[in-house]
Each structure stands twice: as structure tokens, then as C-alpha cells.
Design a protein around this ligand. Structure first.
Ligand SMILES: NC(=O)c1ccc[n+]([C@@H]2O[C@H](COP(=O)([O-])OP(=O)(O)OC[C@H]3O[C@@H](n4cnc5c(N)ncnc54)[C@H](OP(=O)(O)O)[C@@H]3O)[C@@H](O)[C@H]2O)c1
Length: 316
């Protein structure tokens, strides 16, 4: 145990982190040990990770000292922020900085930063094809992550920048599943027209991250984009129809309509989907399916993810 490289996993009870913790624990000969960070070591999810063999320690990304304690003695860390808990890009940037500073102070040898594009590189604030949000952002939950790449670099943290993709699990947990259309069919709303959406099973993100750590330092300083498959809304609707046994229609509303849906984060997500539609080549081009599979040979396609998860997709 003592000669294993300890990976401190932020968000270990969540979608991305739990996939990494499980990948480490499923490979006892791999030379790594999992340290699961959580705000509540007594929660059912935290206890389940401890039962599987993870070391579970308390940490809060809003509390840098707690991160330093949790990173101490580790070899590496997986760093992720939680935009949808607070909807604040400023807070997200502060959390990223706290993790980067804690990683530097504790001398970690390899950090994976779960990031996304700073869309303002392609759509500057002066570009009115989509509204500027919160004064300084086009896609706040993307831009804050992309802007934070610099923090890791400037602090000299040996970092792999991991560009993730849309979780297909959003169809279960994030209210993005098909809804009754009123005529006995279901409608799947995706405001991207005919553009392809890179998607991934959330659990595969952690498995790909494990593949990055296993490559030693090879990917330090590199930006790596992962996805399980690139699919249009029509293709996703067809796969959903097959898996659910009910006709699912693709409801390709305009991003402006999506922005007006009124739920918290609708404008941010409307801009996000418009960015993915308008910059399809850039966004898909930054994610490499074959490379993702080389990191994680178990990488799922949408059909395979649906075969295991369709029954969990709400239809209301
Ligand atoms: N949904 C998507 O399609 C998608 C795609 C790409 C990227 N993302 C990004 O993924 C990020 C979220 O990651 P996720 O989906 O893995 O999260 P998640 O499943 O929502 O899990 C969040 C976990 O993080 C922990 N957490 C929350 N606040 C914390 C804090 N202040 N300090 C320490 N731990 C905290 C919680 O654990 P405890 O309660 O145990 O502390 C929780 O289990 C977001 O920033 C989002 O933008 C999402």
C-alpha cells in the first residue's frame, strides 16, 4: 500500500470523481491508491467508497487549508469544480485557484484539471451573436473553467487539461431527457440543429482520467479532449426511440428559444449549445474518440450507455 501513488480525487462522490475512484480501486495491480475527498465523510456515498477500499478524507474546495491537508502526501490529484451548485463563475475560478495553490504547496507531481473551452476565444464579448452573461462571459460555466487553465499554468502545477464532454447522464439527472409531446410521442430538445454533440457516459470521464495518470508524465502540459461519440440530435432521438421503445422526435429549437426557457442556467446552456453548434469543427476537433478509447478501453457508445441506462431515463 505504502509504495502506491496516491491520487487525491476532488468530487469523489460525484459523477466525474467517482468514476476515477472506482477505476483506481478496480485495478489493484495498477500501482495507485485512491483518496476520496468529500465534505461529509459520513455520507452514504462516502461510506460506500470507503467500503470499496478508498481512503476517505474531508475537504471543501472553498477552504484552501482543507485542500492542502487532503493533498498532503499524495502523488497526484483530480481537480473539478461544481458550477451548478452555485452558478457563480467567480466562485468557480476561486475554487480552481484554491486547488491549484494547494497542489503547488503540497508538491503534487501530476494534476488533472477538468476544464472546458473559454468560449470568448471564439466569441468575444463584443460579438452579439449570443448575449453576454453576468457582464463578462458568453458561457459562464465554460469560460470560468477555461480561464482557470492559466492559474494552473502560472503556478507551475504539472497539469493535464482535460476537456470533458456532455454527459449522457444529463438525460437522467439534469432534466434533459425526452418529454411527452402531447401526441403519444416523446420530444428530445437539443438546440443544435444538425450539428454533432460530443457526448460521454459520465463514468467514462474518470476512467479516461485514470488512463492519463497511468501514462506517467507523458500528458503533463497537454490539453486532452475526451468523448464517447459525436451525435446529432436526430441521431440521438433515433437511438432513444430504439432504446425506449417509443417514438422520440428531435425538437431542434433555436438557441434563442432555449435561452428563454426560464429555468436556472437556461441562458448559459443556450449559449453553450449555440457555441457547440456554431463551432462544431472546433469543438469536435478538440475531442478525440480513438484517443479516448486508448485511455479507457471500456469507453461506451451512446447505444451501449442506453442499453444499461434507458430504464432510468424519466419520460415526463
Ligand atoms: N453535466 C455535464 O454534462 C457536464 C459536462 C462537462 C463538465 N461538467 C462540469 O462538471 C462539474 C461538476 O462535476 P460532477 O458532475 O462530477 O459533479 P457532481 O456529480 O454534481 O458531484 C459533485 C460532488 O462534488 C462534491 N462537492 C460539491 N461542492 C463541493 C465543495 N464545495 N467542496 C468539495 N466537494 C464538493 C459533492 O460531494 P460531497 O457532497 O460528498 O462533498 C458532490 O458529490 C461542473 O462544474 C460542470 O460544469 C458537466
Amino acid at each position: 500500500m505504502s509504495d502506491r501513488r496516491v491520487i487525491a480525487v476532488v468530487g469523489a462522490t460525484g459523477a466525474q470523481g467517482s468514476g476515477l475512484v472506482r477505476a483506481i480501486l478496480n485495478d489493484p495491480a495498477g500501482g495507485f491508491a485512491a483518496r476520496a475527498l468529500t465534505r461529509n465523510v459520513d455520507s452514504a456515498k462516502a461510506r460506500a467508497l470507503a467500503d470499496l477500499g478508498a481512503e476517505v478524507v474531508a475537504a471543501d474546495v472553498d477552504d484552501r487549508a482543507s485542500l492542502e491537508r487532503a493533498f498532503a502526501g499524495a502523488w497526484g490529484a483530480y481537480c473539478v469544480t461544481f458550477f451548478w451548485e452555485h452558478f457563480s463563475p467567480e466562485k468557480e475560478k476561486a475554487q480552481a485557484r484554491a486547488m491549484a495553490e494547494a497542489a503547488r504547496v503540497t508538491g503534487l507531481q501530476h494534476v488533472i484539471w477538468s476544464t472546458l473551452e473559454d468560449t470568448r476565444r471564439w466569441v468575444p464579448l463584443t460579438d452579439d451573436r449570443m448575449p453576454t452573461l453576468m457582464g463578462s462571459y458568453k458561457v459562464p460555466h465554460f469560460d470560468a473553467k477555461g480561464e482557470s487553465d492559466r492559474t494552473f499554468a502560472e503556478l507551475g502545477v504539472p497539469t493535464t487539461y482535460l476537456l470533458t464532454s456532455f454527459y449522457w447522464d444529463n438525460l437522467i439527472h439534469f432534466g434533459m431527457g425526452p418529454k411527452p409531446a402531447g401526441d403519444g410521442t416523446l420530444a428530445f430538445t437539443l438546440p443544435m440543429g444538425g450539428a454533432k454533440l460530443p457526448g460521454i457516459a459520465a463514468a467514462d470521464i474518470g476512467r479516461c482520467a485514470y488512463g492519463i495518470f497511468k501514462r506517467g508524465g507523458e500528458l503533463i502540459g497537454r490539453t486532452v479532449g475526451i468523448a464517447g461519440e459525436f451525435l446529432t440530435g436526430d441521431e440521438m432521438a433515433a437511438a432513444l426511440s430504439k432504446a425506449l421503445g417509443t417514438a422520440v422526435r428531435h425538437n431542434a429549437v433555436d438557441p434563442a428559444v432555449y435561452r428563454g426557457f426560464g429555468f436556472p442556467g437556461a441562458e448559459d446552456l443556450g449559449n453553450m449549445f449555440q457555441f457547440k453548434r456554431d463551432f462544431e469543427d472546433v469543438f469536435c476537433g478538440a475531442r478525440d474518440l480513438a484517443f479516448s478509447r486508448s485511455l479507457n478501453p471500456e469507453l461506451q457508445t451512446f447505444d451501449r450507455w442506453l442499453a444499461a441506462n434507458a430504464a432510468r431515463i424519466p419520460r415526463e
